[in-house]
Design a protein around this ligand. Sequence first.
Ligand SMILES: C[S@@+](CC[C@H](N)C(=O)[O-])C[C@H]1O[C@@H](n2cnc3c(N)ncnc32)[C@H](O)[C@@H]1O
Length: 278
Amino acid sequence: MTRVSLWSMDASADGELDLRARRAASDAASSVSVASEIRDFWDADAAVYDTSPSHYPRRPQEQAAWAGALRRLLPEPPATVMDVGAGTGFLSLLLAAQGYAVTAVDLSPGMLARLQAKAADRDLSIEVVEAEAVTPPPGDFDAVVERHLLWTLPDPAQALTAWREAAPKGRLVVVEGSWGSTWATGTEGWRAKARGLAGRVRVSEPGHHDHYSDRVQAALPHAQGMSPDEAVSLVQASPWGQARLERLRDVEWALVEGRGIVDELLGTHPRWAVVAGS
Ligand SMILES: C[S@@+](CC[C@H](N)C(=O)[O-])C[C@H]1O[C@@H](n2cnc3c(N)ncnc32)[C@H](O)[C@@H]1O
């Protein structure tokens, strides 16, 4: 009796182990295929990404506002900075132009090729690394920055842990924005709704070549965007610890400045940064 029962326990333990191993293998395969679908998406997007002024602001006052915000939030140049999910290089180029030693990391060779072409045009030196956000190059960076990456990571907490290992004594600057109207109340809520309506009647650049598939969206915990509350909580729960939140009002102002009365009245969605580390 005992032997039978022991045998059946072993058999069920083996069965469970086997099932767990198979589940782990299938999870790993599915996360690899999600990652490759995300990489293919951005490789295809590289051709259109910079056409959207909110992706790649070109006006001098907007570039200067972003440069000023980065300088305010980061240690002084020539600090070493890893820009994760660097894309076509909006942050990396602004940083390199200010004398930072920049390492640009991205999983999409297509996006990185655009970054490299722009850096070469401007005679800027930027180290480029094709890698997953969760496996950044080893280093002892003075700072890690990212803009608009966290929302598209299947496991942002794992990425934050990996970045802390790459900058154990450094600073983290996470730059995100609150799109849509769900975040806003009162007057800001009405302005956000009005911007949404205006966006429907205005002819604007598409910005992206497509949307993520349902499968990719289902794999991303923040596919619909990340609120300041979620970003601060995520950073504070990570090895970066205590964080502060800054609204980038100078960037918002520069974005509508000089665009005419309608845009100034409608305003723009909030840009903000979560800063942690030393
Ligand atoms: C919305 S774009 C932002 C690009 C750039 N940071 C900017 O501010 O314009 C997101 C970027 O993250 C990259 N990306 C997405 N998932 C990634 C991952 N798991 N690891 C590294 N890069 C990733 C994409 O290839 C793309 O270049």
